[in-house]
Design a protein around this ligand. Structure first.
Ligand code: FAD
Length: 604
């Protein structure tokens, strides 16, 4: 009861807008709703592309907040961070500023699947993101809750966005493009034990029902429901760390950003993490708590790869699970027990934690809780992240059914680029899955949709030996400057310098009969070269197909080709834009088009 009332008090707390955080104009090129990981990258990217941009978010204080784990990167996710950085985004540099424990995961495998990762100091991360936004030209930041999305019907079933309406009596704000990045806040409900209450995250109210109504009723968008949860935060000085296994950071921290040669935290200042394991006592408490745990009883799908301890015990009874104890900040007395996300009542949470030897006297600072929220089925989006049926409306982040800061940041950046281009009357752009993990992420979302919270893995990228974390600048920075317009000249010049240096090095290498020891790393990577050459040929084929557009009005249901009804229905629903779509590929592979068909989609 005590925990829940403090949680509810948090929900009703209203923070005041500091002076300077008000909308100066009534009309913007781009308005971004939400200041989480998607929203901050979106706002910064739109402004970099040249759009007059406004970021509106419920609380200035929570801009750049890490709602769950205090970490960035990892396997697959680290690749996304490097790509966001290569396109001049914020999160890589913020990670280098706030990191307090750096390690590259998967070192035993090849460099293509290494995963740069860091534990972060929450406050430093937030401070960095907020300072960057305030220093970004053409970007204003405003505190406020968006009550309604303003749209006009252009013809039946087709709309155009015109702006937003804020809570209270403020006049509407007009915009050519609006990006919604409302995370877990759309019809959000928080769960703790048997109690539930409206909320987007602990201490924050949900998004207004007006926003959900516009999306569902006015725009007719299909909306689903997902859930996630977070562990209790525990007091470090109540943990017996002598009973835990120490996990040191890398001796030489690897920065996320291509602009940085070293991290802010000195190697010797980094903090360790610790590993402990669950015991049979943990299983017992989970089983005893089930009747008092309404979140776990719901049918809504949760994150399969980051499950709650309740789900883990129910799926794998009797198994001992790893729990990482991770620092929350350089001077913080809090630890984050990764692997122990839970929604049982707080007294049961304490009992459960104390079943682990190192935690036998542990004290909780904040209990774990769950959240259930609406997401918009992402097959209703184009690869630009614009809603297919609404000109100027873009969606990014958890609202599209993904989970994780990195996935949100990657989508935010790309939505920001396209929202700005749309407002400035420039053609919208797509990133291919052959050139980036961001392309893989967006293609998976818009062609396949989600049935559970989506997170990135290296196995999702067919061309992962080419899409390495070390070459994200060569893949994206040059394009980001020359074609997209979101990269600064300083970063571009640096990438050109690296490219020319590497070309020279390879040509020197080719002329050497014996290579000096300095080249070891580069030589190791060239093991991939024959495979890379094959993948390049495959990429050329896909690029040809990317130029073959499919008409948006194509009647898949009666198309005179040999396709199963199931594939026809999927194609009809998803309406891929080009023949290169992964979905078209799999459909045609399974059901090849007969040779005597005159109207194959390939000819369109
Ligand atoms: P958010 O970071 O949620 O940001 C949304 C922003 O929009 C907020 O600032 C909010 O104030 C603002 N907003 C909402 N509505 C309005 C409105 N109407 N007007 C103005 N502003 C508005 N990720 C993992 O990878 N692993 C996990 O285990 C994990 N667990 C999680 C547990 C919980 C309880 C929560 C809340 C999140 C968890 N996440 C986890 C997810 C991670 O936090 C998100 O994926 C990520 O933050 C999504 O970024 P976003 O920008 O889409 O949304």
């Amino acid at each position: 009861r005590k925990w829940w009332s403090s949680l509810r008090n948090g929900l009703s707390r209203v923070s005041r807008a500091p002076a300077g955080y008000r909308a100066i104009h009534r009309r913007y090129d781009v308005i971004v709703v939400g200041g989480g990981h998607a929203g901050t990258e979106a706002a910064a990217a739109a402004a970099r592309v040249g759009a007059e941009t406004l970021l509106v978010t419920q609380k200035i204080d929570t801009i750049g907040a890490l709602s769950c784990n205090p970490s960035l990167g990892g396997v697959g996710k680290g690749q996304l961070v490097r790509e966001v950085d290569a396109l001049d985004g914020l999160c890589g540099r913020a990670g280098d500023r706030a990191g307090i424990h750096f390690s590259v995961l998967n070192r035993s495998k090849g460099p293509a699947v290494w995963g740069p990762r860091a534990q972060l100091d929450r406050q430093r991360y937030r401070d960095f993101i907020q300072a960057e936004l305030l220093a970004t030209p053409r970007l204003e930041v405003m505190e406020g809750s968006v009550e309604e999305l303003l749209v006009e019907e252009e013809r039946p079933g087709r709309h155009r966005v015109t702006g937003i309406r804020l809570a209270g009596h403020a006049p509407p704000l007009e915009a050519s493009s609006v990006i919604l990045t409302t995370g877990t806040f759309l019809s959000g409900f928080l769960f703790l034990g048997q109690t539930s209450s409206p909320g987007g995250r602990i201490g924050d109210p949900p998004s207004s029902s007006g926003l959900s109504r516009t999306l569902k009723e006015t725009l007719g968008l299909q909306v689903g429901r997902l859930r996630t949860g977070t562990p209790p935060r525990i007091l470090k000085d109540s943990v017996d760390l002598t009973l835990a296994t120490l996990h040191p950071p890398d001796q030489h921290p690897t920065p996320f950003s291509f602009l940085n040669t070293h991290t802010h935290c000195k190697p010797e200042e980094q903090l360790p993490c610790y590993l402990v394991r669950t015991t049979p006592g943990v299983d017992r408490v989970v089983m005893e708590s089930l009747d008092d745990n309404s979140h776990i009883q719901e049918d809504t799908k949760g994150p399969r790869y980051c499950p709650s301890i309740e789900s883990r015990v129910l799926r794998f009874p009797g198994r001992s699970h790893q729990v990482w104890l991770e620092p929350e900040g350089m001077t913080s007395n809090l630890l984050y027990p990764q692997g122990l996300s839970m929604t049982m009542p707080p007294d049961m949470q304490l009992r459960l934690l104390r079943q682990i030897p190192a935690l036998h006297r542990v004290e909780i600072s904040t209990p774990g809780y769950g959240v259930q929220y609406d997401y918009v089925c992402p097959t209703q989006l184009c690869p630009s992240l614009q809603v297919k049926t609404t000109q100027g409306l873009f969606l990014a982040g958890q609202i599209n059914g993904t989970t994780g800061y990195e996935e949100a940041a990657a989508q935010g950046l790309w939505a920001g680029v396209n929202a700005a281009r749309s407002a400035l009357a420039a053609p919208l752009l797509a990133l291919s899955r052959t050139e980036s993990y961001i392309g893989v992420l967006i293609d998976d979302l818009v062609t396949r949709g989600v049935t559970e919270p989506y997170r990135m893995f290296t196995s999702r990228a067919e061309f992962r030996t080419l899409l390495r974390p070390d070459n994200a600048d060569l893949r994206l920075t040059l394009k980001g400057f020359e074609e997209v317009g979101c990269v600064s000249a300083q970063r571009y010049n640096e990438a050109v310098r690296v490219k020319e240096g590497l070309e020279e090095a390879f040509s020197t290498l080719g002329s050497l009969s014996r290579s000096p020891r300095d080249w070891r790393k580069t030589l190791e990577t060239t093991v991939y070269r024959p495979h890379c050459e094959l993948q390049k040929k495959e990429i050329q084929r896909i690029e040809r197909e990317e130029g073959m557009y499919l008409s948006p009005d194509l009647d898949y249901l009666s198309l005179p080709v040999s396709l199963s009804n199931e594939v026809r229905e999927i194609l009809d629903r998803v309406r891929p834009t080009t023949v290169s779509s992964d979905l078209v590929g799999s459909a045609l592979f399974l059901h090849p088009i007969s040779h005597n068909t005159k109207h194959s989609p390939f000819s369109l």
